[in-house]
Design a protein around this ligand. Structure first.
Ligand code: UDP
Ligand code: MG
Length: 140
């Protein structure tokens, strides 16, 4: 299996409820290494650029408002098959569909306020990591 890196975000609903440590424990228990991490406050414009691919979707404006509503923790996770593994740890987008034990099953409040983001493919992971981190900040 290939070692990969993926971009993870602990979203405002989770940072507000002090869940950063509990979510990070799930990543680490699954064998994902947190090789970079910072807590930042996004502007709505910065959130909008990050989620540009969803610009035509009906939930886009609400999503950008939400992502700028409180601090987020952006992080790079590294490990074997990290992109798919992180998606497994996260659970389905809608917490009602998320498997037991996943982050979203345990912590998400709704399909929008669903506690975590994770990249969905190698190409998007590379773009999303570069959006938040410089090469000097990535120490594997
Ligand atoms: N989202 C939403 N309503 C929807 C679908 C998605 O508010 O019907 C939000 C939700 O926060 C989700 C994000 O938009 O995590 C990005 O959607 P995507 O389909 O990429 O889901 P993800 O990759 O996060 O599981
Ligand atoms: Mg997605």
């Amino acid at each position: 299996m290939a070692t990969e890196r993926t971009l993870s975000i602990i979203k405002p609903d989770a940072t507000k409820r002090n869940l950063t440590g509990k979510i990070n424990a799930k990543f680490e228990d699954a064998g994902l290494r947190i090789i970079a991490q910072k807590r930042i406050q996004l502007t709505k414009a910065q959130a909008g650029k990050f989620y540009e691919v969803h610009a035509e979707r009906p939930f886009y404006d609400e999503l950008c408002e939400f992502m700028a509503s409180a601090p987020v923790v952006v992080q790079v996770l590294e490990g074997d098959n990290a992109i798919a593994k992180n998606r497994d740890v996260m659970g389905a987008t809608n917490p009602a569909d998320a498997a037991p034990g996943t982050v979203r099953a345990e912590f998400a409040e709704s399909v929008g306020e669903n506690s975590v983001h994770g990249s969905d493919a190698p190409e998007t992971a590379a773009v999303e990591i570069a959006y938040f981190f410089s090469g000097l900040e990535l120490v594997g």
